[in-house]
Design a protein around this ligand. Sequence first.
Ligand code: SF4
Ligand code: SF4
Length: 423
Amino acid sequence: MYAPLDPKFLATPEGQEAQRILRACVHCGFCLATCPTYQLLGNELDSPRGRIYLMKSLLEGGPVSPLTQQHLDRCLTCRACESTCPSGVQYGRLVDIGRAQVEARVARPPLARFQRWILKSVLPQPLLFRPLMLAGRMVRPLLPRSLRRKVPAYRSPGSWPPPRHGRRMLVLAGCVQPTLAPGINAAAARLLDRLGISLVSTPRAGCCGALAHHLADEEAAREAMRRNIDAWWPLVEQGGVEAIVVTASGCGTEVKEYGFHLRHDPAYSDRAQQISALTRDISEALLHALDTCDLGQEALRGGGHTGALTATRVAFHSPCSLQHGQKIKGVVEGLLLQAGATLTPVPEGHLCCGSAGTYSFLQPELSRKLQANKIAALEQGTPDLILTANIGCLMHLAAGTDTAVQHWVEWLDARVSGHHQAK
Ligand code: SF4
Ligand code: SF4
């Protein structure tokens, strides 16, 4: 696509990058069929190709309005279009650049600004988020059913094995996950411990930065990245850290891109690249651990514990960040099958569930429609349980169904250790 960008913008690294991405798009429209917002709204301007045209126009110095902002806001950044595009257009990167430009040129109404500020300020801060969740749990029985589903009851995380092995991996604690579902990382630690690897959590590492990044606050995102690098680096430098494990696929996508986001920061660029290179989704880490441990694949059979203790008919929801962001496809499903699960069919598995970070707060109507469609697809095969790989998707799906929803790592841990499945 020919794109004569505004010369001042073209002189910046973002301008060069945007031009390269725009040139790759050949307007074929293959991406329209897999775009969730185009499927719902049927408007070309709510499709990848339409948004690319909007961004091309604004980056060329053309007019930009609240309507442009609305079409970009409605994008889930699910990146399904990237998976479909035959020309390798990096839509996710382009929309970051486009949103930053729109943010600078179009002022949001005060209420919208306040809403975004609250999301950016509260969610990444466990010290603020935890008391709010605690208060929510205290009044949970009094809440209407729809709200009650958004406040998960407290569940004990179970034990975290002491660091007894020579092999070691670090794990990202994250921001909301330790409050909402502390059992996920503990389950990952128990699984890796069985395979001869100690999982170590570093208290000073927190939010990965994705929240601020997707709200177009690049500097706040980079601050979170630098803080995590500072927390991990002394341990990485000591040597012996095989990987940085992330159990939320949305956060994993972000940490894998630290090297890119901090490429212009001379104090952090080298370390950021090394941190990204070390980062693994928990599915990749477990696969590697299984390949390299003495127990081998037998470790997943868990000494004969069977479906009497855990549900076996499961529907797996692969988050967009896992399949489109990190391009990890079939790995979790393979591990679940090995552990004895029966995977029920999930039509249109490439489509977003509508969680998409803060999207469910900022675009509630579209988000609810996507949630309903996704739950109908997941329940089509009448599973006992829905499994997923990202805390945001987990909470969003659980709020819309009576079927139990769990992180797949917790299911696998219960399966191999014989613990009762938590409902
Ligand atoms: S599929 Fe790729 S090349 Fe075709 S219109 Fe979409 S982004 Fe452009
Ligand atoms: S990222 Fe998702 S919602 Fe946005 S244009 Fe691409 S497919 Fe559509």
